[in-house]
Ligand binder design. Structure first.
Ligand SMILES: Cc1ncc(COP(=O)(O)O)c(C=O)c1O
Length: 412
């Protein structure tokens, strides 16, 4: 199977004017976010301080399950800190998904460990107990012994089978650290994502379901992991900047490890608190938009709407990953036809086994991970953000079948 992009085709319709264009994403920023940020600017304490503490407390309360939450400057840092805290060593292996952003796997390389990519279900984009078991079985006995952890990714916000994966990890003695960059709020069998396994990493990047521009949260119920990550997120210093400032002897501190600079600012955390307060409202709006897409596109020949969360699970609806079943050439033309109709889209993801670094370093072929390769050749992420107007959603629903018909008409 070839997975290179097809050559450009000329759009069948006149380009939309700028005013007509429906963006792929617009961050949901309201007056309360702005007031909260301005209050921090007026207050004058800009770096990690009381707003970060509030955000951490509120985030942990939101998830429940006795977790601790550590605010950091990205999901990437949260993943790195979690893996460092569980003592992933050079040469260790970590089983993870190829159907993700590079951050998920690059943090293993920071530690000198290696990813073992297990395939994903081509319908959900998620690892399953079967694909992880299969990837593990393919390893030699010597390499199997080096597997330290399993890092599933909840693609698009659809929760992985955390019950089965947790059981599998327990059986093999692996730690389970999930990448929940897409999965807020989300739940598996009624239990929030963030309360499974050893640790979870969330992202507050500009396009995410809770955004602070850049930002992330490491969540864990494991006190040893929390203690280590708390120290390592700020240079391996035994106290944070605010604690030092508040004490008379604040100039004194101990560097107990060679740590990182991963702390979140109070400017970002202030917005995190106000965003968290309306997370449910934003999620309701995302869910409603996805329902309109499902109803409008579910019966279109040649398309498959995204996998739904089974009963008892909650989908965060970060992305709406539509599948174009004709494959990559038609998929690429649909993207251009939609752009010509003023609809911006994206593709999630170019899987890591097709990216030059991972392909070359680990000698990977498209056929090694057929589920991930297939999903990549079909996937288009439609616009999905809480501020989308009803008429914009309708325009997308109307344009997609037209774009597909035009793309199919220029086939070959
Ligand atoms: C699945 C996944 N993991 C991790 C990340 C990294 O998040 P951050 O930008 O907060 O480091 C992203 C970012 O898009 C992502 O999509």
């Amino acid at each position: 199977m070839t997975v290179t992009a097809s050559p450009a085709t000329s759009p069948a319709t006149a380009p939309a004017t700028e005013r007509d264009v429906i963006p792929f994403h617009v961050s949901d920023v309201d007056e309360k976010d702005i007031e909260a940020v301005v209050a921090v600017l007026r207050d004058g304490w800009l770096t990690t301080g009381p707003r970060c503490r509030d955000f951490e407390r509120q985030f942990a309360d939101h998830l429940g399950g006795g977790v601790q939450a550590l605010a950091v400057n990205s999901c990437t840092s949260a993943l790195h800190l979690a893996l460092e805290a569980i003592d992933v060593q050079p040469g260790d292996r970590v089983i993870t998904s190829p159907y993700t952003f590079t951050a998920t796997a690059e943090v293993l390389r920071y530690l000198g460990a290696h990813p073992v990519f297990a395939d994903v279900d081509p319908v959900t984009g998620n690892l399953t107990v079967e694909t992880v078991t299969d990837a593990w079985r393919r390893l030699s006995p010597g390499v199997r012994r080096r597997v330290r952890a399993l890092v599933p990714v909840h693609f698009a916000g659809l929760p992985c089978q955390m019950d089965g994966l947790e059981e599998l990890a327990r059986t093999h003695g692996w730690r389970l650290v999930d990448d929940a960059a897409h999965a807020l709020p989300a739940a598996r069998r009624g239990r929030p994502i963030g309360t499974w396994g050893t640790a979870t990493a969330f992202s507050f990047y500009a396009t995410k379901t809770l955004c602070t521009g850049e930002g992330g949260m490491l969540v864990t119920a494991d006190a040893a992991v929390a203690d280590r990550a708390r120290t390592m997120r700020l240079h391996g210093i035994d106290r944070d900047a605010f604690a030092r400032y508040k004490h008379v002897d604040g100039w004194r501190y101990d560097v107990v490890a060679a740590g990182f600079k991963y702390n979140l600012t109070d400017v970002a955390a202030a917005m995190g608190c106000t965003q968290l307060a309306r997370l449910r409202d934003m999620h309701r709006r995302r869910t409603a938009i996805a329902a309109v897409y499902d109803a409008g596109l579910g019966q279109v020949d040649g398309l498959a709407t995204p996998a739904r969360a089974p009963w008892g699970d909650e989908h965060a609806r970060h992305l709406y990953p539509l599948r174009v079943l004709d494959g990559i050439a038609v998929r690429d033309r649909v993207i251009r036809e939609l752009a010509a109709r003023g609809i911006s889209t994206s593709v999630h993801f170019i899987p890591l086994h097709l990216q030059p670094y991972y392909r070359k370093t680990y000698g990977l072929q498209p056929s090694d991970l057929p589920g991930a390769t297939e999903l990549f050749t079909q996937e288009i992420s439609l616009p999905l953000f809480p501020g989308m107007a009803a008429d914009q959603v309708v325009r997308v629903v109307e344009a997609v079948p037209q774009a597909l018909a035009a793309a199919r008409a220029t086939r070959g």
